[in-house]
Write a protein of this length. Sequence first.
Length: 75
Amino acid sequence: MAREIRIEISDEAYEALERVAAEKHVPAEDYAGRVLDADLTRTRFLEGARSFVAEHGHAFAERFDRPTKHSADAV
């Protein structure tokens, strides 16, 4: 379900938003939504990665800490 939000930005920021959106051939509002969604997706990914490292990092490091000569040759 899509939701609508209202934000205020400076005239300069809106002009930049309109310019970039026009280059991509989309309405400024759609482009702003895509940028916001991409930023939130990146944030969720990084939070998940941090959580994985906190939970499994030690075991992963024990198992794969340093490549052996044999495994380095295979690469």
